[in-house]
Write a new protein. Sequence first.
Length: 114
Amino acid sequence: MHPIPDDVPRIALSDAAQALCALPQPFAVLFQRGDVTVELFAPRGTDTQSPHKRDELYIVASGSGVFMRAGERTEFRAGDLLFVPAHVEHRFEQFTADFSTWVIFFGPEAPAPA
């Protein structure tokens, strides 16, 4: 799925999930504008992501599990908001098969810590 044009006022979770199913990677880029990127992310089996260069928010769309950020673990479920600063190790663990989350990358790329 290509990012949604500015004149589209709504992205339905069902449409985003359908587009994601057709892709080989576990995420679909849905919207990009300036320093904001929105994706739908749904890892299958294992979350293999590595730290990113930008701050990010996760808004859990469906499912539940455990979220690890900088070595600390917390349970999550649909509707929860999770924040990860740039360059911080994080991943989803022990998540249900129906797990998916909106990902919002924002701000400029941060330089790697020294």
